[in-house]
Design a protein around this ligand. Sequence first.
Ligand SMILES: Nc1ncnc2c1ncn2[C@@H]1O[C@H](COP(=O)(O)OP(=O)(O)OP(=O)(O)O)[C@@H](O)[C@H]1O
Ligand SMILES: [Mg+2]
Length: 270
Amino acid sequence: MIEAESAPIQGEHKEVLLDIAEVSLAFGGVQALSDVSFDIYKGEIRAIIGPNGAGKSSMLNVINGFYHPQKGTIKYKEEVRKKMSPHKAASQGISRTFQNIALFKGMTTLDNIMTGRILKMRRGLLWQALYWGPARNEEIINREIAEQVIDFLEIEAIRKTPVGKLPYGLQKRVELGRALAAKPDLLLLDEPMAGMNVEEKEDMCRFIIDVNEEFGTTIALIEHDMGVVMDLSDRVVVLNYGRKIADGTPDQVRANQGVIDAYLGVSHSN
Ligand SMILES: Nc1ncnc2c1ncn2[C@@H]1O[C@H](COP(=O)(O)OP(=O)(O)OP(=O)(O)O)[C@@H](O)[C@H]1O
Ligand SMILES: [Mg+2]
């Protein structure tokens, strides 16, 4: 086995937002994650890389409460998590985009982005029916936030377009918008640039950097394009067959022989 190297950023005091300790996850006989430990600092962009089937998406699904690991602990905002549902994760400030776009194709950009607010809505539907006033205020606030997101992502021109009619790159941007509408503290992005052309990738990179810098949002990013990983991330964790094989700065990871053998030296597909 290749020795994992741990690399704290030197000379800086970093606050840990998420701490994953010895997490294992199996589906029947398939061991998707084996004893994986790493942390995510508040405010950083943390890349998760590795070959196809390495367990990257499974890890994001554990973080957002969709999968429940058989072993290990997860500490988020200083609290060790008990049972976690995606709904609860969202209400605690974790939001995500998916490897395969998960949008309502027949709905407009604006309405899709509004769905990102739903988990944030405090009032239930019955309550809304009974007390129209306060629910209406909430609706106005949600709409304002959705419009701010549209502005930020420069997609005003398509706000009324059904997303199914949009080119792939823009659909990915709308999905980012849906995740941003929840105003997350921790944003999980599963291959946000997969299948994009160079120009679309550059746009997406810029938006990811802007989200991180302007809102201070912590980001966990799965990405196959090493150029993007090098440009964007503060630290990189490398998975292979469900195990962590390296952890460090982009330069450290790129120079790690185990990583080169397992991943960087071989071709892979998105
Ligand atoms: N819901 C599931 N049921 C059964 N097996 C699963 C499930 N989800 C993932 N797996 C398996 O777990 C392993 C890790 O899959 P995962 O999707 O996390 O990999 P990945 O690193 O995201 O790969 P890719 O780069 O192809 O997206 C694979 O062997 C996969 O087949
Ligand atoms: Mg995946």
